[in-house]
Structures are given as structure tokens and as C-alpha cells.
Design a protein around this ligand. Structure first.
Ligand SMILES: CC(C)(COP(=O)(O)OP(=O)(O)OC[C@H]1O[C@@H](n2cnc3c(N)ncnc32)[C@H](O)[C@@H]1OP(=O)(O)O)[C@@H](O)C(=O)NCCC(=O)NCCS
Length: 437
């Protein structure tokens, strides 16, 4: 390694440590389309999965094979037929499906079996378990169209999968399911990934897609709630693939899966960056909790004062009059829990470039649950839409919280002039700055 890169490496490794601890023994379901294997880059992706397994994560990997099936059909001069976004699998197409799935599964198993020295898989010794874990049922006849051997998930054999996971195996599931009548059905990989994650009560479901959910202006959303994603999907133009992924994401969250991450299938190392860095590179989707994050309204002033007054008395926050709060209410984001305000933060744009992140407060009984971080992220999202490049914050008590959130200590002189003029030297707040990307 180039000695100049060493500090960066050490810092990166250290910042990943909390995730390593948090993920050990957790169950992740990883669903990816056949494109990931067809378009190259699968070796790096499997190396990353190998690393996850080595870190003690219980892995269930589900793969699709749409382009591989297309290629098989083309070779046999057969036409692909689709309806309602699903392939119509007739008897001839089923042969192509079996070939494509079989070949791809074997290739994936082979790649996961590598262990050559001087490769990322050195000493890996992963055992891959595949099998008849998915019971399928035919989609049947819909709007007069017989989908024949196209199926959907009827049951996931969680006992068998858990046994394999307990034994330390990585479970690999193809996009096929079997019926009690002994037939094979072709399923959407998204359906299997979603159903398996729900059945196993997985901690995470990772879904790989060509494009991440983004706004019309192309801004990728790195953290959204299920409700926000559902709203976005109705408003924005999503591709057929994105729609399938969004549907599975929402179903999985409604079914009790902890978190769903939509990850780009094209970026090398996206899995590691998404899981082991604070900002991530994909879209993390969380269920809508009882709590709600929203912009404050004038009727919230009473609740906000009840939250911040005790902290003002302690000296953690600067005193704000009711009138000032009323005038600035639109700058505040808050988290309400069952109607009660339990957290707030404000964003004050100063010039075109910078904004102050201020008045951050979380009620004592709700601390350490990530509310502070969510409020910061919400303010960062708003700042980005205003094209603000950097946030600054002044704090007397929470310096380390800001450091933890990627802020850097700075001198009073970096504050916008208007703010600098108001700086209270007696209070002696520490200044922190964060560059937004
Ligand atoms: C600072 C504050 C908003 C954090 O809210 P929160 O919702 O508990 O924060 P999060 O859940 O996002 O983060 C929790 C993490 O930050 C750490 N943390 C919380 N407050 C901290 C502080 N004052 N200093 C250093 N670390 C702190 C916690 O130990 C926890 O660390 P962990 O993840 O390693 O367990 C909250 O403690 C608070 O309201 N404090 C009083 C008001 C205040 O000081 N506001 C800042 C003024 S600008």
C-alpha cells in the first residue's frame, strides 16, 4: 500500500467497526437481477458477499436471470412474451428458464467456491446451500391471459433455510419454485427476495437495481420512509424495474423487515459502501414508525417550547422568545411521536452557500434512538434542495455529537459575516462545519 493511503485506510476501517459489531449474527437477504451477472462485475459483488459472510452475517442470496433467459430463447428462435410486467412461461420457455437458471446458479456457486491465495476470496471456504426452499403456485389466468409456468411464492421453508444458516452456510435461491404437484415454476426474483425476507424476519433486504429511486430532477434519495417512497413512486416516472423494486421494498417493510436498501447494481463495491459507511450510496428505506418527521407549523409552537425551554434553562440551547419561534416556525423540522413533539431542529440559510443547523433538541426519554441524526438528515436534504454547500452549527454541549455526524471543528472566522457579528464570546460556543455532497 502506498504509505500516503495508510491513514485513510485506517480511518475507514475504524469507522466501519460499529457496523461490523451491529451486523454479526443478523440475517440479510440479498436479491439481485440476472443483469448483474450478464453485464460483468459479478466477481467483485460476490467477493463483497463473501466478506459479509466472513463477518458473521447470515446471508440468503436470491438471483434472477432475465437476460440469460432472453439469450436462451433467442438461441432457440423463440419469442419472449410478457403481460402485466411478467413473463408468460409456456412449456418451451420453461426449458429455456431451467437452462438459464441452472447455468447461472452453477456459475455463482463456482465463483463463491473460489479460494485462491492473492485473491479477495483467499481462505474463504464458503459453503453454499441451494435447494427446494420455495413452494410456488401458478399465477394462473389473469384477464384472460394464461401465464402457464409463471408462478408466485406460496410458501418459504424458513425452517430449512434457518438450519442451513445456523450451520454457517450461505443460502443461494434461484428464481424458481416447486409445487406440491412436482412442477417447476418461473418466478420473479423480487417476489422471492421479498417473501423470503418477510418469512425469515430479516434484519435487512438488499435489492439491486439499475437506477436508484430519484426525484424528477435526478436527485437520488439516500434515506426515505416507506410512505415517502410510495408518494415518490406515484409522482415520478419510474422504470418497470424500479416499480418492481419499489413494490417489493414496500411489501417487505409492511411485512416487518427492518430495513430495505436499494443498491446500484453497476457501481463496484456499492454493497460495502451502503452497509459500512454512514452516508451510504444507495437508498435506505425504513418503515413508517409511530413517529413522524415533518416541518413545524404555527400550532406546534407550544409543544416546541415545552421541549426546548428546559434545555435553554440548562444552557444547552440559546433562549428563543415565543415571538421569535412563531416568526421562524417554517425553519423548524420536528419529530412527533403519537402527536407529542419529541425532537426538533432548525435550518437558517445565511447566504447562498451556507446555512446554520440550530436548536437541535431531542426529549431525554427519546435520546439515542437516532432522532437527532434523522433531524440532521432532513435538514441536510432541505439544504441540498436550496443548493447550500455547507452547514455550520454552534454548540456548547454536543461537540462530539457533531463530530460523529461528519462535522469538522472550525474557527469563528469561518461563520458568515452576519452570524459572526452576533457571536457571543461569553457563551464560547464551539463552531462546527460540514460540507454537503
Ligand atoms: C444532542 C442531541 C440532540 C442528540 O440527540 P439523539 O437523538 O440522542 O442523537 P442520536 O440518536 O442521533 O445519536 C446518539 C449518539 O450520539 C451520542 N450523543 C448524544 N448526545 C451527545 C453529546 N452531547 N455529546 C456527544 N455525544 C452525544 C450518543 O451517545 C449516541 O452515541 P452512540 O450512537 O455511539 O450510542 C440530544 O442529546 C439533545 O437534545 N441534547 C441536548 C440539547 C443539545 O445539546 N443540543 C445541541 C445544541 S446545538
Amino acid at each position: 500500500m502506498n504509505p500516503a493511503q495508510a491513514p485513510h485506510f485506517v480511518q475507514w476501517f475504524r469507522q466501519a467497526a460499529p457496523y461490523v459489531h451491529a451486523f454479526r449474527g443478523r440475517t440479510f437477504v440479498i436479491g439481485f437481477p440476472g443483469e448483474l451477472a450478464a453485464e460483468g462485475g459479478v466477481a467483485g459483488f460476490l467477493h463483497d458477499l463473501n466478506l459479509l459472510a466472513a463477518l458473521g452475517i447470515r446471508l440468503v442470496v436470491v438471483h434472477g436471470a432475465r437476460p440469460q433467459i432472453e439469450a436462451e430463447l433467442k438461441e432457440k428462435h423463440l419469442r419472449s412474451r410478457y403481460a402485466r410486467g411478467l413473463r408468460i412461461t409456456d412449456a418451451a420457455a420453461l426449458v429455456a428458464v431451467k437452462h438459464a437458471a441452472g447455468v447461472l446458479r452453477l456459475e455463482l456457486e463456482a465463483q463463491l467456491s473460489q479460494g485462491l491465495p492473492n485473491s479477495p476470496m483467499a481462505g474463504a471456504q464458503i459453503r453454499v446451500a441451494s435447494g427446494n426452499f420455495i413452494t410456488a403456485q401458478p399465477v394462473g389466468v389473469v384477464d384472460g391471459i394464461d401465464f402457464q409456468f409463471t408462478g408466485s411464492v406460496r410458501k418459504v421453508d424458513t425452517v430449512a433455510i434457518s438450519r442451513r444458516l445456523d450451520a454457517g452456510d450461505v443460502v443461494l435461491i434461484s428464481h424458481l419454485g416447486f409445487s406440491p404437484t412436482g412442477e417447476i415454476f418461473n418466478l420473479a426474483w423480487e417476489d422471492i427476495a421479498e417473501s423470503t425476507a418477510i418469512a425469515l424476519k430479516a434484519d435487512k433486504l438488499l435489492l439491486y437495481a439499475d437506477e436508484l429511486p430519484a426525484t424528477r430532477k435526478g436527485r437520488v434519495l439516500h434515506e426515505v420512509t416507506a410512505r415517502e417512497l410510495a408518494t415518490l413512486a406515484t409522482k415520478e416516472k419510474f422504470s418497470a424495474e424500479q416499480k418492481r423494486v419499489v413494490k417489493s421494498t414496500l411489501n417487505a417493510l409492511a411485512g416487518g423487515v427492518g430495513r430495505v436498501h436499494v443498491v446500484s447494481r453497476k457501481a463496484d463495491g456499492a454493497t460495502l459502501l451502503e452497509l459500512f459507511t454512514r452516508a451510504g450510496v444507495g437508498t435506505m428505506v425504513t418503515a413508517d414508525g409511530l413517529e413522524r418527521l415533518r416541518t413545524a407549523r404555527i400550532e406546534d409552537v407550544g409543544g416546541l417550547l415545552a421541549l426546548i425551554r428546559p434545555l435553554e434553562q440548562e444552557g444547552a440551547l440559546v433562549r428563543r422568545s415565543r415571538e421569535r419561534l412563531e416568526a421562524e416556525i417554517g425553519n423548524f423540522q420536528l419529530i412527533a411521536h403519537d402527536g407529542a413533539i419529541v425532537g426538533c431542529a432548525a435550518l437558517y440559510p445565511f447566504d447562498k452557500q451556507s446555512a446554520e443547523f440550530a436548536c437541535l433538541a431531542v426529549a431525554p426519554e427519546y435520546r439515542d434512538a437516532g432522532y437527532g441524526e434523522r433531524l440532521l438528515h432532513a435538514c441536510e436534504q432541505i439544504a441540498r434542495t436550496k443548493r447550500i454547500k455547507r452547514l455550520f452549527a454552534l454548540t456548547t454541549r454536543a461537540a462530539h455529537w457533531f463530530l460523529h455526524q461528519g462535522f469538522k471543528p472550525a474557527d469563528v472566522s469561518v461563520l458568515p459575516e452576519e452570524k459572526r457579528a452576533l457571536y457571543n464570546w461569553k457563551r464560547g460556543s464551539k463552531v462546527f462545519v460540514k460540507t454537503l455532497r
